[in-house]
Design a protein around this ligand. Structure first.
Ligand code: ZN
Ligand code: ZN
Length: 282
């Protein structure tokens, strides 16, 4: 099966994309509280980072990017919240994809009925501080404070360029700053605007959870984190996991652009419906 998948991927690549060695590409199928899924590609290796969308929706959105499930190598999961793991095991079982996941997330997902109900998925346990390779992709997990059992986020690399992805974190830590410094591209959570959240009709307990130390980053925290990083190699910055009720794309753009001293229009935004289109790093 592996051989067949690689062959299909190779023929796909030669016929329809510009992918080649030394090129890291990434795109999003969608980002937000209704489902997150990002794809990273180096050579013939393609990983989904989280799969919080339904199986059919995932296939449909992959097609928008010129991909089919057979082009994928596996799925790496950040944590057990439904918008990240909800579709992962069903999709993995259906399309014979291995999953990389921390032990705590794997257990918590199974206890919540979101694990591998078929018993057929190859599960690789991730240590939150140990990098691993999946084909031509190098994957560096890193630990984050979030209200989940054993959450991690990931930096993905082709050995030349590094893509740092960070969503679902209550507050940046020195560890997060160290890991994300020097990345070539960042997909960075801008979950909410503090004022919009405070004025929203959300119950107080939910407002406190979202803005608390194990919740989500607001635009100001994302600005401060980005400003604190080594940004010397940055070629792409994309705001992600925006709340549809408590944030606006223009506010997230402004916050990240201020940290970089760039035009707002240079900042990308990952939307719930469309994610964002392919971005390339050479
Ligand atoms: Zn989330
Ligand atoms: Zn979460």
């Amino acid at each position: 099966m592996w051989t067949a998948r690689r062959r299909r991927a190779a023929s796909f690549r030669s016929s329809t994309t510009s992918s080649s060695r030394g090129l890291l590409r990434f795109a999003s199928l969608g980002s937000g509280s209704k489902g997150n899924c990002l794809v990273a590609e180096a050579g013939a290796s393609r990983l989904l980072l989280d799969c919080g969308l339904g199986p059919r929706d995932t296939v449909r959105r992959l097609a928008r990017l010129g991909l089919a499930p057979a082009d994928l190598t596996g799925i790496i999961v950040t944590h057990e919240h439904d918008d990240h793991v909800g579709g992962a095991f069903g999709f993995a079982a259906k399309h014979c994809l291995p999953v990389w996941i921390t032990h705590g997330t794997w257990r918590a997902a199974a206890e919540a009925g979101k694990g591998d109900s078929t018993g057929t998925v190859t599960v690789n346990i991730v240590d939150g501080r140990t990098a691993f390779e999946v084909g031509e992709l190098l994957v560096q997990p890193y630990t984050v404070p979030h209200d989940a059992r054993e959450p991690v986020q990931y930096v993905v690399s082709d050995g030349v360029s590094r893509l740092g992805v960070l969503t679902d974190i209550g507050a940046p830590t020195p560890h997060v700053q160290a890991v994300l410094s020097g990345c070539d591209a960042l997909v960075l959570e801008c979950n909410h605007d503090l004022g919009m959240l405070a004025a929203s009709e959300y119950p107080n307990w939910l407002k406190e959870r979202i803005s608390g130390p194990f919740g989500h980053l607001d635009n100001g925290q994302s600005h401060d984190l980005l400003a604190s990083l080594d940004r010397s190699r940055l070629k792409h910055v994309i705001g992600a996991h925006l709340s549809q009720q408590n944030n606006r794309a223009d506010l997230a753009r402004r916050a990240l652009a201020e940290a970089l001293g760039c035009e707002d229009s240079w900042i990308g935004i990952a939307t719930q419906e469309d994610g964002f289109d392919w971005r390339e790093l050479r």
